[in-house]
Design a protein around this ligand. Structure first.
Ligand code: SAM
Length: 258
């Protein structure tokens, strides 16, 4: 499994294609707000947002008047984040003193890190005693219906191939707690009460999502990834024509670590 191919986050285009799909959740689900509520933010707390990407959490924290520092391995993502306090660093070696932040966020990022144990220890090290770290990831059922279509298209050249996403296999809602427990005394998995489906009426939204992960999977499948994407687009279009919409669901949650 390729955890973090170097091209994936050279800039924000791939992440934006995936973020666009989530805009079609009905009713809309504000995952950023949900995670920030779990963290129990208040303006007197300092927050470190590790793997901040293009800054969705940083923007929401600015709106809540919370002082946050963003950190990301990719300079291109930091440019897209456009925030006054940013660090270009690897989570396994944070250039931050011990016990400096009351809240540490690691949203949808730990599954990209090969040395996850060092990463988890770093998240703990920079947290003040009594602070909280929130790590967000996905579960085994994440986008199952869309992954089924990708697998069907890819299996034409690579029989039996499974779309093993880092977020549903390497560090998932099912196996993440044990990985976090190496450094945290208490780890609680929390899932949103009601999971809103993604309801798509434009096949391009699903196709763009699949295209955005080409560099994760191209070396595992025989067919060119563009051919897989074209088949997925056609299959989604057929469902839309037959049923009016194509529906897929998120299986996302968070670990609250103390
Ligand atoms: C899926 S994006 C999530 C972005 C943001 N947290 C969000 O949820 O919108 C993963 C981010 O983690 C960053 N990343 C991957 N490996 C990292 C590492 N070892 N240290 C710091 N950031 C990393 C990537 O560059 C990318 O911006």
């Amino acid at each position: 499994m390729t955890l973090n191919p170097p091209t994936q986050y050279a800039d924000a285009r791939n992440l934006r294609a995936r973020q666009r799909l989530w805009l079609y959740q009905r009713p809309p689900f504000d995952i950023v707000g949900w995670v920030l509520d779990l963290a129990g933010l208040s303006p007197d707390l300092r927050v470190l947002d590790v793997g901040c990407g293009n800054g969705a959490y940083l923007r929401a924290m600015r709106d809540r008047h919370v002082r946050a520092v963003g950190c990301d391995l990719s300079v291109g993502m930091l440019q897209a984040a456009s925030h006054p306090a940013l660090l270009n660093a690897d989570v396994v070696a944070l250039p931050v003193r011990n016990a400096s932040f009351g809240v540490v966020l690691a949203p949808h990022m730990l599954y990209h890190v090969p040395d996850r144990e060092s990463a988890v220890r770093e998240l703990r090290r920079v947290l003040v005693p009594g602070g909280v770290c929130i790590a967000v990831t996905n579960g085994a059922q994440h986008m199952r219906s869309l992954r089924d279509l990708v697998e069907r298209a890819a299996c034409e050249g690579t029989p039996g191939w499974e779309m093993r996403n880092p977020s549903t296999h390497a560090f998932s809602l099912e196996n993440g707690a044990a990985q976090l427990a190496v450094a945290f005394e208490s780890v609680t998995c929390v899932r949103p009460g009601r999971v809103a489906p993604v309801i798509i009426r434009d096949a391009a939204v699903a196709a763009d999502y699949v295209a955005s992960v080409a560099d994760h999977y191209q070396d595992q499948v025989a067919r060119p990834w563009q051919a897989v994407v074209a088949d997925v687009r056609l299959a989604v279009q057929q469902v839309i024509e037959a049923e009016g919409t194509f529906i897929t669901s998120s299986d996302t949650g968070a670990f609250v670590c103390r």
